[in-house]
Design a protein around this ligand. Sequence first.
Ligand SMILES: [Zn+2]
Length: 160
Amino acid sequence: MDKDKKVTALDGYKKKSRHNYLPATAVDIVLFRPNGEELESGPQEQKIGKGAAKYDLEWGGNWQGWQDLPHIQIPLNRLFKNSLDRDEGLQWQKYLFQAGALTEPEDLGGIFGEQSKKALQALIGTTKRTPDAWEKLYTKYGPIESLTAFQQYAWIPAVT
Ligand SMILES: [Zn+2]
């Protein structure tokens, strides 16, 4: 593979693409012959588009203007809602973890499921994430920037 081949105007450092964030929300697919030889860009990349459509992913070959045939990504409308939900869930879980109501690192996934609801119930007497419930946690444990219990887990983004 030609690693120096330039495929984007984004440098991955100052200008990040969706490949660079973690979790990444885009991938480029390179097709190879059975003998390991890389296939040049061409009509066979339509198969990437067909595969992407099958899973409701967005294919760079369908873009207006410049087309990125090896590129597939999660559509923005799905990604945005999903990541907002998880970000919000994680903020709540940080409090629950700080309080010891959640104890396993796996509980800090941002998905506010039964385990998290039970923990919230035990802590402040409700399973509902309301402004009032948030206020109780805030009053008891302080601003989210001051929470430290989860900080050993590297995958959790720091509050900035
Ligand atoms: Zn790409």
